[in-house]
Design a protein around this ligand. Structure first.
Ligand code: GAL
Length: 674
């Protein structure tokens, strides 16, 4: 298997972005390439939206314009990440195969004239996608400028679920493979409930509109199926490319932000993980969400360096209020991704589009041209990224893991849960934010992963937890780990059936508690926990917790279970299991986690708003200091700054909003204080 980095990109952090030459004339291409060179661009992604150009009629190819662009980039020494354009089939495709369109849950076929793939289950789409991937691979599979293949664009967006006739047929086939017999399917889905028993495979359909709540097992399997079909499309194109090309192959993920794909499974199928990330402009400190997305991307990559395939130089165009980035913010964002393991800083997109739906999206080369603050920042960042080549290949070490299981989110997101306010993503974001503020670097981990390297594992939202995965967590604690489990966890098995023995049963031994009843709060209602005399407020949720060996460290002062255990601690084997049956906010978690950190032997950073992350290489380490605050911080260092001002007497000043990267020749993780 080919792997990243391609030899041409070794010892480099790639810099560049999506480039869409099909929107421009050849004289603009020449200007673009000149400007790319002056901005330090080393790699661009092309070919994601040009299907109509390279295959103007079915089976008829015209590579003339693409050949010319590839040739110009090659001459200029700019590496190419070559896309396949299958996220936007041409008009001839939909005219010839109208039944290949994606159909919504309400039965509406989605039309041409926007973007978005055809039905992932349509054999015509599959054949056409393989056809164009094959043709591209034959033509450019040994081109020296092509260092990476980029299959499709963001599988699962803008739509992932498909309710077409093809989906019905393939869903039945997929279920037959999964269950083997209708008896097994009826059992897994619990069809005895509400008289939903199936006695013929042909009677099975998709969980479309029904008079009341559809069967939860069916819905959960439909989500698994959707993910499977999207991945099957990727695999088909990947294998078609692989037949003629040796370069590594990727597809761009939307970590933390794509409800239809299970990235743990996808990451196994790419040669290098790549990710797109856009700030949520409505957030006052969007860098916190950025850190979660980057940590998740690194984690699904198994800790290996990954590629930031897309982010924005400034505002996007698809949020309600597309707030522009402040001076210096793009740089902090880009370098935060690098700090958290990316070996690329790539943007959507190179040149701002004058036409189409994205003309108000920022770009490396803005509409205003080169005499703009945006362009100057892009050029300066290109110079800095160019100076970070030594960082490429190094890895981030984390002492803490937060469990992330897409199947569990799929299950918890189904309708008819105890409270619409309890959102697993919100819970994970809240815990992650607490750790970010405490200066702790965090991996995300699958509940079945080897957790032995972590001092602390948090499971803020593990609604669906299989007995096998619970046993994995139990072993982790038995062998000395500290585990914290959040409310509404270990409730159901892989079929969304409540565990025998009741809520939390699979973790009862390790946590020393059981949950007798869920006690959701009214909208806006809050409760208070007494944690060794300190008040910890909570909203949304409480539980009736029964102690079975654990100690109640915190109790409810009020609500529906006054005096009842709220936060518990239990020694099990050589480790400790904590249970938090409520929803504290970020501030409240500071109180809750103090004792947990003590158990895990973790210390927190003292400088809120200053992100310090270290990447460790074979012989060196690189400490990134990102100052998000409006005051200078002073960091004692014993290395040399790759970026940042010169240290004075071993102390590196980092100005408000500034970023420093310090190179240490020892591979030790440096404990930085400011
Ligand atoms: C991404 C997409 C790009 C572009 C970008 C705008 O999701 O992959 O093609 O649309 O959003 O922010």
């Amino acid at each position: 298997m080919s792997s990243w980095p391609h030899p041409r990109m070794r010892g480099r952090v790639a810099y560049g972005g999506d480039y869409n030459p099909e929107q421009w004339t050849p004289d603009v291409w020449r200007e673009d390439i000149e400007l790319m060179r002056s901005a330090g661009v080393t790699m661009v992604t092309i070919g994601l939206w040009n299907w109509a150009e390279v295959e103007p009629r079915e089976g008829v190819y015209d590579f003339s314009r693409l050949d010319e662009v590839v040739g110009l980039l090659h001459e200029a020494g700019i590496a190419i990440d070559l896309g396949t354009p299958t996220a936007s089939p041409p008009s001839w495709f939909f005219a010839t195969y109208p039944h290949a369109r994606v159909v919504t849950r309400d039965g509406v076929p989605l039309g041409f004239g926007s973007r978005g793939m055809a039905s992932p289950s349509s054999p015509d789409y599959r054949r056409a996608a393989i056809g164009i991937a094959d043709a591209l691979a034959r033509r450019y599979g040994d081109h020296p400028a092509v260092v990476l293949w980029h299959v499709h664009n963001e599988y699962g967006a803008p739509v992932g679920e498909d309710y077409s006739e093809h989906a019905v047929r393939e869903f039945r086939r997929w279920l037959q493979e999964r269950y083997g017999s209708l008896e097994a399917l009826n059992h897994a889905w619990g069809t005895a409930f509400w008289g939903q028993r199936y006695d013929d495979w042909e009677h099975l359909g998709l969980p479309g509109p029904t008079p009341s709540a559809p069967n939860p097992g069916q819905q959960l399997d439909f989500r698994r199926f959707t993910d499977h079909q999207l991945r099957a499309c990727y695999l088909a194109e990947r294998d078609a490319i692989r037949a003629h090309a040796a370069q590594p192959i990727t597809t761009n993920f939307m970590a933390a932000n794509c409800p239809t794909t299970d990235l743990w499974a996808w990451a196994r199928e790419v040669d290098v993980v790549s990710n797109d990330h856009y700030l949520t402009a409505a957030e006052v400190e969007p860098e916190v969400g950025l850190a979660l997305a980057a940590d998740l991307t690194r984690s699904v990559a198994g800790g290996a360096p990954w590629l930031l395939m897309e982010h924005s130089t400034s505002g996007v165009n698809w949020q309600p209020r597309n707030v522009a980035k402040r001076p210096g913010e793009m740089r902090r964002n880009s370098l935060a991704h690098v700090a958290r393991g990316s070996d690329a800083v790539l943007f959507f997109q190179w040149r701002a589009s004058r036409v189409g739906a994205e003309k108000f999206h920022s770009a490396m080369l803005p509409h205003g041209g080169t005499d703009t603050r945006g362009w100057r920042e892009v050029v300066e960042l290109g110079r800095e990224v160019g100076a970070l080549g030594q960082v490429a290949g190094s890895r981030v070490h984390a002492d803490v893991a937060i469990l992330w299981d897409t199947e569990s989110f799929w299950a918890q997101d189904l309708p008819w849960r105890p409270s619409v306010d309890l959102d697993p993503h919100e819970r994970i974001r809240t815990y992650h934010e607490r750790l970010w503020r405490d200066g702790l670097t965090v991996d995300l981990a699958h509940p079945g992963a080897d957790l032995s390297g972590y001092r602390l594992v948090l499971a803020p939202a593990s609604y669906l937890l299989t007995r096998d995965h619970a046993a994995n967590l139990t072993r982790y604690v038995e062998t000395g780990g500290t585990l914290l489990v959040g409310c509404f966890s270990a409730v159901v098995n892989e079929n969304d059936a409540v565990h025998e023995g009741g809520f939390l049963d699979p973790l009862a031994e390790v946590l020393g508690v059981r949950v007798h009843e869920h006690l959701p709060l009214r909208e806006g209602e809050s409760i208070e926990i007494d944690l060794a005399g300190q008040p910890v407020p909570g909203t949304i949720w409480q539980e009736d917790v029964a102690l079975e060996g654990a100690t109640a460290v915190g109790s409810y002062r009020d609500g529906y279970a006054p005096g009842g255990p709220a936060i518990t601690r239990h020694r099990h084997g050589a480790g400790i299991g904590w249970y938090v049956s409520a929803c504290p906010d970020v501030a409240g978690l500071a109180t809750v986690l103090a004792g947990v950190y003590r158990d895990a032997g973790l210390t927190t950073a003292e400088h809120p708003g200053v992100e310090i992350v270290t990447r460790v290489g074979a012989e060196s380490s690189f400490m990134f200091v990102i100052n998000h605050t409006d005051r200078e911080v002073r960091v004692p260092i014993d290395g040399n700054p790759l970026l940042g001002t010169a240290p004075v007497d071993g102390v590196l000043p980092v100005a408000p909003g500034d970023v420093a990267v310090v190179h240490h020749t020892q591979a030790a993780v440096v404990a930085a204080t400011t």
